[in-house]
Design a protein around this ligand. Structure first.
Ligand code: SF4
Ligand code: SF4
Length: 306
């Protein structure tokens, strides 16, 4: 079982369009590759909007913990307020007679718990989001929602990926296709960890060139083989030339270029991968060629032909 992760230095480069197209081409293409899909962009999960899966399971995701003060036990010594470096402990007021904790400000460090002589404070785990197992027309999909203002998205990404991997192993699927989060932060590292191949989608803009360098540093650091795809290649030829130069300099293969094609947006609005919506569109042809290259690297012997 191989893991493919699709990354981009920033959002809006067409990463999810590419992931949806790969899901379609793996399932319906002549290679018949059985794939499990994982939407690891837990802050803005969009694969669900294109694949319209049926949810089979919903699970709570417990992120960190926050301190809770038992007003009955609190004697008002103020130790907790002094111990808290995050100004999360609220002293008594006219309307609230006991010490309390602001759950938004609380970092979950538990320092106050150890400073309370009355054992009036405990740490309470917080539900920070949900993750789902669904069935899409192109195979099983694992995806998640991180609630607003919640952290630990790297942990949720790992959870989504782990479950996708386990199902792929249990059902002898050949590939896990991970739609990664944008950027280079902790969730990206979580999404890319253990990948056999990364496909990096970039755009020929000044920001795109800059972001590509950063994301390639990440994949190089973690020794993940990477291929680069330039989306909307014709919007800024100078940027496209710069990307080619960067790839040549870093020894990274630029596998293909996708032309600007409004069909991609139309397909997304219609809730379909562009390769299924209009296979003869210029972008679909480019995506089909890209998938051939990617699949050949992942499974050199070809698919199951099942
Ligand atoms: S757990 Fe840490 S951050 Fe939260 S209230 Fe206690 S000391 Fe402050
Ligand atoms: S340390 Fe304990 S007893 Fe003292 S104010 Fe805080 S919660 Fe109350």
């Amino acid at each position: 079982m191989k893991q493919l992760v699709i990354l981009s230095g920033k959002g809006g480069t067409g990463k999810t369009s590419l992931a949806a197209a790969f899901a379609h081409l793996a399932h319906d293409g002549h290679l018949h590759i059985q794939a499990v899909l994982a939407d690891a962009d837990v802050d803005a999960a969009n694969l669900e909007l294109v694949l319209h899966p049926k949810r089979l399971e919903t699970h709570d995701f417990t992120g960190g913990s926050v301190a809770v003060i038992d007003a009955q036990l609190c004697q008002g010594c103020g130790n907790c307020e002094q111990a808290c470096r995050f100004d999360a402990v609220i002293p008594p007021t006219n309307t609230q007679p006991a010490y309390a904790v602001d759950p938004i400000a609380c970092d979950g460090c538990a320092a106050c718990v150890y400073q309370c002589p009355e054992e009036a404070i405990h740490m309470q785990p917080q539900t920070a989001g949900r993750w789902y197992r669904s069935e899409s027309r192109y195979g099983p999909l694992f995806h998640a929602d991180l609630y607003p203002a919640q952290e630990n998205s790297g942990k949720l990404v790992t959870l989504v990926k782990q479950n996708a991997r386990l199902l792929a192993l249990d059902t002898n699927c050949q590939v896990v296709i991970v739609d990664g989060p944008p950027g280079i932060g902790c969730p990206v590292i979580a999404a890319a960890a253990g990948a056999d191949l990364a496909v990096i989608v970039t755009e020929p803009t000044v920001a795109g060139v800059h972001d590509l360098k950063r994301i390639l540093q990440t994949t190089t650091h973690f020794r993940i083989p990477a291929l680069v795809v330039v989306n909307k290649v014709d919007i800024y030829p100078q940027g496209a030339a710069e990307i080619e130069a960067i790839c040549a300099e870093l020894g990274v293969e630029l596998i293909d270029r996708i032309p600007f094609d409004p069909t991609v947006t139309t397909a997304m609005l219609n809730g379909e991968p562009v390769t299924a919506y209009r296979p003869e569109a210029p972008s679909s042809r480019a995506l089909a060629a890209i998938w051939q290259s990617v699949a050949a690297r992942l499974i050199p012997s070809g698919g199951s032909n099942a």
